[in-house]
Design a protein around this ligand. Structure first.
Ligand SMILES: Cc1[nH+]cc(COP(=O)(O)O)c(CN[C@@H](CCC(=O)O)C(=O)O)c1O
Length: 306
């Protein structure tokens, strides 16, 4: 199949893609008790380099904390395994998916005696929201499913089971012929996308919901905040954005490892601004891609060479 790039690292071994399997009574399959990361490696002017690897690896271990999950591999081992995987597969630009999960022992909700399994896969992954999404922008719909509150599931952690919320929102968006959803939190204010953070531009200033809005603290979000400020923009990073403000925004865009910087051109069939990628979005999008392709010295610590 088109994703098969050869080998996958599983608990210390490199195994063939087709042999990277788990038992059907794996705890995480039944109860959503896995944690994962999404990381991009970019082909830069100085060779392939992973974008903000340390930040993603930090979040990987943080995501395990609410489950009292002990990942039986230290950061150095996972870093070496990832670099070795990318070198073996000779992939310059790719998407890296580390995952750790309660494996197979016995079922029952409590995972405390279940062994933890860890795997790292990588494959080429193009534009997340469609071929022309980065240039043309995407049409999105506000979901009728609300984001679970961080008091119900820690939204700062990338827990596999939590993504049923994102899946439901995504199914609904597609059913309504939208490319993607925007999910509101239980207060009815804007949280994020199913797999992305969101930014709003109004009168040249940027606004993005903060952690109190039950969002994932995205690494691309953090990068865009820093890049925008370096470019002289004012950024409100703990904004509370109401649904109506989505309709009257000058510009909207998603950020994420997979989504990168994707303009939003309409919400619930209302055009955003001129109904196309806005000027501030275009400016920050091109600066983001310039950075990930050229590794400029001022952002050098964001890159781990392969
Ligand atoms: C809910 C959610 N919010 C925000 C983000 C952006 O976070 P960051 O990647 O650190 O900037 C992601 C990443 N979504 C990952 C999974 C996508 C998938 O379909 O699976 C990703 O972009 O890798 C989310 O899943």
């Amino acid at each position: 199949d088109e994703m098969d790039v050869g080998t996958i690292w599983m608990d210390g071994e490199f195994v063939d893609w087709d042999d990277a399997n788990v038992h059907v009574l794996t705890h995480a399959l039944h109860y959503g008790t896995g944690i994962f990361e999404g990381v991009r490696c970019y082909e830069t002017d100085d060779g392939p380099a992973i974008f903000r690897w340390e930040d993603h690896l930090d979040r990987f271990y943080e995501s395990a904390k609410p489950f009292e999950m002990e990942i039986p591999h230290d950061p150095e081992e996972l870093t070496d395994a990832t670099l070795e995987l990318l070198r073996r597969e000779e992939m310059a630009s790719c998407y890296i998916r580390p995952v750790a999960f309660f494996g197979y022992e016995m079922l029952g909700v409590n995972p405390s005696d279940i062994p933890v399994e860890t795997a790292i896969a990588a494959w080429p992954w193009g534009t997340y929201l469609g071929e022309d999404a980065l240039e043309e922008g995407v049409d999105v719909g506000v979901s009728s499913w609300r984001k679970h509150a961080s008091s119900q599931i820690p939204t700062g952690a990338k827990m596999t089971g939590a993504y049923v919320n994102s899946v439901l929102a995504s199914i609904e968006a597609k059913a309504h012929h939208y490319v993607e959803a925007i999910v509101l939190n239980k207060e009815g204010n804007v949280a994020e996308g199913p797999g992305e953070n969101i930014f709003l531009v109004r009168d040249g200033e940027l606004y993005t919901p903060g952690l109190a809005e039950s969002i994932l603290g995205g690494i691309t979000r953090q990068s865009l905040i820093e890049i925008a400020r370096d470019e002289g923009y004012t950024v409100h990073e703990d904004a509370t954005i109401s649904r109506g403000e989505l309709y009257t925004a000058d510009e909207l865009f998603f950020t994420g490892t997979a989504a990168e910087v994707t303009p939003i051109k309409s919400v619930d069939n209302r055009e955003v601004g001129a109904g196309e990628r806005g000027p501030v979005t275009a400016d920050l999008q091109s600066r983001f891609f310039e950075i990930v392709e050229q590794q400029p010295p001022e952002y050098a610590d964001w890159f781990t060479p392969v």
